[in-house]
Every structure is written in C-alpha cells, then in structure tokens.
Design a protein around this ligand. Sequence first.
Ligand code: SAM
Length: 328
Amino acid sequence: MSFLVDRFSRSMSYLRLSVTDRCDMRCLYCMPVEGEPHESRSEVLTFEEIRRLAGILCGLGIRQIRLTGGEPLIRSHVPDLVRMLAGIDPLPELSLTTNASRLSRMAAMLRAAGLARINISLDSLDPEKFHRITRGGRLSDVLDGIDRALEAGLAPVKLNTVVLRGVNEGEILDLIEFAGSKGVENRFLEVMPLGAVGYENRAGFVPAEEIRGIISRKYRLEPLPFRDGSTAREFRADGGRLRFGIISPVSERFCATCNRLRLSARGRLQLCLGHEDGVDLRPPLREGWSDDAITDLILRTVREKPAGNHFATDPEPVFQIAMSGIGG
Ligand code: SAM
C-alpha cells in the first residue's frame, strides 16, 4: 500500500534517484558536446541526505529504487550508497541504470552491496558507431561490463537502446540476437524531446509501431501481458529465446498507470519527465525539518502530479534541462 497517491488515484511505488548529474559520455540525444552546467559538490545531496529521503519515501510506499544520473558509477563510493539503501526497512528493490563505462570493475561490489538488477545502455554493436553516438565511449568496456554483471549475479540484466532513424534502427535485429546470445533482454526506447539535444534529435524519432514492425519481419512476436506501472510493452519471440520491451513515452503514452517519482542529484522531487513540477527537498533537509514535516510536504506535492506528458503534441522542447539533470 502506498500513501503517495495523486489526484488521479495513481499510487507511486517507484523512485528514480539521480546520484550525479555528471556523465563521462555525451550521447548525442542526451547531452551537448560541451556537457551541461552541473551542480557544485555542496549542492548535491550527500549519501546521508539521500538515505534519509529514501527512508521517508519507502515508509510512504516506494518499493523500487533505481539509481541513475548522469552516470551513477562516476560518483565516488556508490556501492556504499547501495549498502546504505539496502538497510532501509521495508527493503526496496534496488536497481541501477548505467552506461557501463566503469561497470566491469564495480559489478561484483554493487551486487555484494545489495544491488539486485541493472540496465545497461547500448545503442550500437559497432565500435566506431558506438564511439560516435556516445561521443567518446568504448564499446569493449560496455561488453565487458555486461559479462561481469552476469557473472556477479545481477538479474535481470537489460540492455537499453534509444532508437534513432539513420543511426541505429538498422541494428535492432542484431541487438536482439546479441541479447539472446547472452540470455538478457532488450529495451528499445523512443527518443524523447527533452532538453535542447533531445529536441534536436526528434527528426530521428522512430515510433514503437515501426520498431515492432522491424522485429516482426523476422520473428513472430508474442505480446506479454502489460504490467501496471511498467513503462515497456513486452514481447517474447522465437519460442521465448528472445525477450524485449518497447518503451514508447511519445507515441503510446503510459501516463495513466505511471507510478514514478524522480529525485534529482540536488534533491528536487520531480513528478513527471514532461513537466517541471516538483519540490526542492534540499532546503528542508538542510534547515533541520523533522521527518513528519518533510513527509507532509512530499504528500502535498505528489497530489499535484501532472496527468501526463505532451511529448507528441508540444511544438517546443518540453524541458530546458536534459535527462542528465532529471535522472533519466
Ligand atoms: N548514464 C546512464 C546511462 O547511460 O544509462 C544513466 C542515465 S541515462 C540519462 C538513462 C537512460 O536515458 C539511458 O538509457 C539513455 O539512453 C536514456 N536517454 C537519455 N536521453 C534520452 C532521450 N532524449 N530520449 C530517450 N531516452 C534518453
């Protein structure tokens, strides 16, 4: 049961927690080459502050916490944060989304600290194209990271691909075969018009229907039942050997069953990816508010969660800050 209920009777049980807005890659649909202006260290929540807010939110009904960013694994000592979050009662399921540049040396530590599952961004299997899309990333690091995550027992491992026309839509079938060979699942994402670069890349938008079409030319797709709160329409193919999901925040919104909240690295509780509504929780934390007072503020804010995004209809970029700032 969740006390985090909005005016549309949606219950929040999932928190995406950005641990840093910095990133060591510059994916062309996510961050400009020069990067985004980032928060100074003192503006970013400490692990103790994150743990306190996460504890309050789990007490109110959050059951899953996903660490993200920016690149979560470039913040020092992230396994310590995972261990701290694993001490919350009731224990939330802990997961992480990463570009895997540093995953190979950290996977076992993260698992030992209490991380359950992991999503790894992988937009191409071609080293040069991967380098181009990420503007500097090394594919071999990511492939090593996937193997180490599997060895460490992180499960499930999922591979996230943002599909862009003229860039990687021709690799969808290869990515599915690759995931099948590793026994992991794909997630294909529609590009969202977030921030300046997301908006610029809307010309590369490939709708979910077209992604399904590309896959169904080779495989007979078996749709899996839609799970409330999930953002992916999931499918099996080839007798269950292949599993993938398509995340379609633009063409087939899933806002009516949204169960998500986001906490930015500087402590802003954000209600929806497509709107700026939210509340800054860092001042209350640093001004010594009690847990009860912070709880009240959170409950009042959550009630105002917007009905949904307008990615498909807004003529302008929906947001002036990029995914890295919101905790994508
Ligand atoms: N650095 C980590 C990573 O690369 O996975 C975590 C943060 S990243 C912002 C989280 C996910 O958001 C990645 O899978 C990335 O591809 C996706 N993403 C970023 N910008 C996007 C956009 N404009 N539209 C859709 N997905 C986007």
